[in-house]
Design a protein around this ligand. Structure first.
Ligand code: UT7
Length: 361
């Protein structure tokens, strides 16, 4: 029997149009544009306002609709929807089920996958295995988070980091040598003290006290997380490169989780890959957790060429991390042209113009 590979055949995305810039952030907490740019690398983040839509499913639904428009895929041919998110609309039902209902998919089953910032990376491997098994031919993998729903805007250590957004990919069966080739994924269970949300789950149920103590927000002790993120992602990309005989010149793109620009460049330099080959959009997307990897693909799609070798890496709560190697399956420029143009003009206009267009000072 011929080997079945799982290849990405389209990307859709959505970010809300409200932009929270560092100037506004400096009126919310005691911070400054200089500090945030120097220590994190975020200039602006998109925020989903309740009047615009609610929940992660709203953003994923918009992303999936765009994906279906771009790919012209028959909605009835979609067999599975995986939603990688840490901010599901509800404990249950799943966010994937809401997306399936909103989009009107009739022959799909769906479920959520929670692995914090590594969620999309894990979901790609899981989705690829559904395809490699021969059981499914066409699936959609979403990644996204409504991070502002669990960001403590009284805590300057965390609130400048996060933004909202979602994106998704179509993954299909092929017998050609394209698609997800290898993944090296790990979880060590050691990160709880450094990165968690204390209340709201079954261990510590919501109560007046937990609300008063502001325990329904992200808690992060940044320094140890930073250290672990750099060392573990660097080791993971090295492992994946080594076992697939990838030299730095073979790698067209490193696609890192967007948690901190210093982490992204440190990981790329460990591989010896020049920054111009690293997908970086943290400056205007911030950390959208499960959304960072597919949003990066969404924005860089015009530059992707069939046969490009990509190395993904992510790190998040759990600690959960890893790296994947993918051979890209199509020329992105034509597909990207079918998306809202404003997000693809970035390369043609200066960053200042791009911000000015959005009213960012
Ligand atoms: O996505 C999941 C994985 N997450 C990550 O990978 C995030 C990893 N961590 C980080 O990216 C960084 O640790 C942070 C961006 C969270 C923090 O940067 P840092 O360089 O580690 O800063 P720090 O926490 O060590 O704080 C340095 C100083 C402190 O002041 P003192 O104690 O030295 O006087 C903080 O109080 O900066 C202060 N500080 C701020 N100052 C202005 C902390 N937050 C801010 C702020 N504005 N927003």
């Amino acid at each position: 029997m011929e080997k079945i590979n799982a290849v990405i055949t389209g990307v859709g995305g959505y970010v809300p149009n409200y932009i929270l810039d560092n100037e506004e952030m400096s009126h919310i907490v005691d911070t400054s544009d200089e500090w945030i740019m120097e220590r994190i690398g975020v200039k602006t983040r998109h925020i989903l306002k309740p009047e615009q839509g609610s929940g992660t499913s709203y953003m994923m639904t918009r992303a999936v609709k765009q994906l279906l428009e771009k790919t012209q895929a028959d909605p009835d041919s979609i067999e599975v929807v995986i939603a990688a998110t840490t901010t599901p609309d509800y404990h249950f039902p799943s966010t994937a089920s809401l997306v399936i209902g909103n989009v009107g998919l009739k022959h799909a089953f769906g479920f959520d996958m929670e692995a914090a910032c590594a969620g999309f990376l894990y979901a790609m491997e899981l989705g690829a295995n559904l395809i490699r098994s021969g059981a499914h031919k066409r699936i959609i993998i979403c990644g996204g988070d409504h991070m502002s729903s669990m960001t403590n805007y009284q805590d300057r250590n965390t609130c400048p980091i996060f933004g909202d957004g979602a994106a998704c990919v179509m993954m299909e069966a092929t017998t050609e040598d394209y698609g997800l080739m290898d993944s090296y994924l790990l979880t060590d269970g050691k990160g709880y003290e450094n990165l968690h949300m204390e209340a709201g789950g079954s261990a510590r149920m919501p109560s007046h006290e937990t609300v008063d103590e502001r325990l329904h927000f992200v808690f992060q002790d940044g320094r140890p997380v930073f250290k672990h993120a750099v060392t573990k992602m660097s080791a993971a990309v090295e492992t994946i490169a080594k076992r697939n005989n990838l030299s730095k010149d073979d790698i067209a793109w490193v696609v890192p989780h967007q948690a901190n620009v210093r982490i992204e460049t440190a990981v790329a330099s460990r591989l010896g890959v020049d920054e111009s080959h690293v997908m970086i959009n943290i400056d205007h997307m911030a950390n959208t957790s499960g959304g960072t990897l597919p949003l990066a693909l969404w924005e860089y799609e015009p530059q992707l060429k069939k046969g490009d070798k990509l190395v993904f890496t992510a790190f998040g709560a759990g600690f959960s991390w890893g790296a994947s190697y993918m051979v890209w399956g199509y020329d992105g420029a034509a597909e990207a042209a079918k998306s809202p143009a404003e997000f693809y003009k970035e390369g043609e206009i200066s960053r200042e113009e791009w911000y000015a267009k959005r009213g960012v000072k």
